[in-house]
Design a protein around this ligand. Structure first.
Ligand code: FAD
Length: 370
């Protein structure tokens, strides 16, 4: 264990990015990962029908940040995949997020680009909401009106978080993306695509450096006392590091169920959301994201659940409070220069892939300068 300058707990995107950046500066890095595979949440594999599946739910790469795009392109070629989502609403497949076409299809209108914001203002004016103490519902209704809220957001949010959206914070709603044109792409970021050989292959290439050693099936806790590394980059659950001293942070999980069908294509878009029907929130057809050819197709159904692996941080006051307590401890440890807490689990914060990479780049960059 004395062979290593740095130990990294967790081999997801945050751990792999950190490992690569440190290895390129000449540090000898040991990455320990509790699972039997690399990649963390973005792990993918090819099934017996030659279809690449995302084990923990669908992942689409998109970013505005050139530095991050350049970084991932060092480790994988990317396709030019532009993501599309349809929402199954009132028996029809409707483009989502809301754009001009969505409104025209749903409301039988013939709106031009210049009409869209006026139409939405009228929808909002017709609706009741509380602007002074907004909940999630109020925040959405104040932007798009009650009809669109009910069709696209209300039940989906209930399924996703297993609670009444009135009790959720308005921050969760954020700015609802609405396009006044017919651009039906899900993301509008300049850079988007899928790694052509998959995410696991991309992460594998990141780790392919003479200064990086990866140990799979190994908990950080089981080796931490044998280490004399200069730095520990911890990317596991925040509360777990501190042995749940202040209590347990809660997550929403998702049961991901794969089904293979004896047909070439299953649905009219890579992802179809089911906001109002069924127990699952969405179905993803992977072939439509990767462009793989097969006479069968494998799709995944996502069922949100309180039990299971930690997927989404739960945005409630109790967790917010616990996070603050743990982050105070983190600050103390990080001040010693011997620890960094990086990533979605270690910071108890939702990061898209690009922001996870950007954050690791910044944090490792600062540490290297200290
Ligand atoms: C369902 C879902 C869908 C998503 N879709 C998208 C998308 O389409 N586009 C996008 O940009 N982002 C998406 N994301 C976000 C993306 O998954 C994250 O940005 C990314 O996984 C963050 O990587 P990470 O390394 O911080 O965390 P993780 O991938 O969770 O990696 C942490 C690793 O640490 C390991 N670990 C934890 N504790 C220990 C320990 N004590 N010892 C050893 N190992 C440990 C874990 O096993 C895990 O492998 C999605 C997230 C979810 C939940």
């Amino acid at each position: 264990m004395d062979l290593y300058d740095i130990v990294i707990a967790g081999c997801g995107l945050s751990g792999a990015t950190s490992a690569r950046l440190l290895a390129e500066q000449g540090y000898k890095v040991l990455v320990v990962e509790q699972k039997k595979h690399i990649g963390g949440q973005i792990y993918d594999y090819r099934n017996e029908h030659g279809i690449t599946l995302h084990r923990y739910g669908p992942h689409i790469f998109h970013t505005k940040i050139k530095q991050v795009w350049d970084f991932v392109n060092r480790f994988s070629e990317f396709s030019n995949f532009q993501h599309h989502v349809l929402s199954f609403v009132e028996g029809n497949f409707i483009p989502f997020p809301i754009n001009r076409q969505t409104l025209n299809l749903l409301f039988g209108e013939n709106l031009k680009t210049k009409d869209v914001s006026v139409f939405l203002q009228q929808e909002v004016q017709k609706s009741e909401y509380n602007p002074s103490l907004p909940s999630f519902r109020d925040a959405v209704v104040s932007q798009v009106g009650a009809r669109l809220y009910t069709l696209f957001f209300e039940k989906y949010t209930e399924k996703q978080w297993n609670c009444n959206p009135d009790t959720l914070s308005s921050e969760l709603a954020g700015r609802i993306p609405v396009r006044d044109n017919n651009d039906c792409r899900y993301f509008s970021d300049k850079y988007q695509g899928m790694p052509v050989n998959g995410y696991t292959a991309m992460v594998n290439n990141m780790l392919a450096h003479e200064n990086i050693h990866v140990l799979l099936g190994c908990n950080y806790e089981s080796i931490k006392n044998q280490l004399s590394a200069k730095l520990c980059v911890y990317t596991g659950e925040l509360d777990r590091f501190f042995d749940y001293r202040f209590g347990k942070l809660t997550y929403r999980s998702v049961k991901v169920e794969f089904k293979t069908y004896e047909q070439e294509l299953f649905q009219p878009a890579p992802v179809v959301n089911y906001p109002n029907d069924y127990d699952y929130t969405r179905i993803t057809e992977f072939k439509q994201m990767t462009g793989e050819k097969s006479n069968k197709t494998t799709v995944c159904y996502e069922y949100p659940s309180d039990d299971g692996l930690p997927f989404y941080t739960m945005p409630n006051q109790e967790n917010q409070h616990l996070r603050e307590l743990y982050m105070k401890e983190v600050k103390q440890l990080e001040m010693t220069g011997k620890y960094l807490f990086i990533g979605r689990l270690a910071e108890y914060k939702y990061y898209n892939m690009d922001l996870a990479i950007e954050s690791a780049m910044k944090r490792i960059g600062l540490w290297l300068k200290h």
